[in-house]
Write a new protein. Structure first.
Length: 213
């Protein structure tokens, strides 16, 4: 069942990336939600039912689904999409904080520097979005900090999936921010979407494998 639902998500995600590249907007409208819905099904059907960790991941995926829909209404709903993904990151932070708190201090410094650099690069073009984007950057850096710290302190398939998934999510959001607010590099949308889907898939798998060692 893990393989079937993972392949289903991969199929829908690939369809969406190709459709987005070809500007086939009708196809993007159903394939993007279908990808995240497949990941939701993966966790709902296969994660341990008594796991608070899985519950937070499920709600986080739901917030991500809302964010995806808002961002497809761009640019009018960009701020709503940002808020939805901020909520998703906060839910993931809650899940990872249940595994380790506080996180690794050296890693916190590295991620703080990275977040400062990213915000400095984006800031000249942010305008009224300056403070919402700063909050978002801090939230995703915190999410990565806790996910990787959990893997460092409790190595397992679940924490490894969460750590790599969080890092891929960071790559995706950095790519999105740079392409939207600084410069549109070749293949930006494909990089943003591919790392986003892979990151969410691994975070979903971390819930499925939770407690399995």
């Amino acid at each position: 069942m893990i393989l079937v639902l993972s392949l289903t998500a991969a199929l829908f995600g690939t369809i969406h990336i190709v459709a987005d590249h070809r500007r086939a907007w009708v196809t993007t409208w159903w394939s993007k939600p279908a990808t995240v819905l497949s990941l939701l099904a993966l966790v709902v059907l296969l994660a341990p039912t008594e796991s608070q960790y899985a519950y937070l991941i499920i709600v986080g995926l739901g917030a991500s689904l809302a964010g995806d829909i808002f961002l497809m209404l761009r640019p009018e709903r960009f701020l709503a999409g940002l808020a939805a993904f901020l909520a998703a990151h906060l839910l993931y932070i809650g899940a990872f904080a249940g595994l380790v708190w506080p996180g690794d201090p050296a890693l916190a410094i590295v991620l703080a520097v990275f977040a400062a650099v990213v915000f400095r690069v984006l800031q000249p073009r942010l305008g009224p979005l300056r403070w919402p984007v700063l909050g978002y950057v801090l939230a995703i850096a915190t999410m990565v900090w806790l996910a990787v710290s959990a893997w460092l302190s409790q190595p397992s398939a679940s924490t490894a999936a969460a750590a790599v998934g969080a890092l891929l999510f960071l790559v995706s959001d950095t790519s999105l921010g740079v392409a939207r607010f600084r410069w549109r590099y070749p293949g930006a949308q494909a990089v943003t979407l591919a790392t986003y889907y892979l990151g969410q898939w691994l975070i979903a798998l971390s819930a499925v494998w939770f407690g399995a060692g």
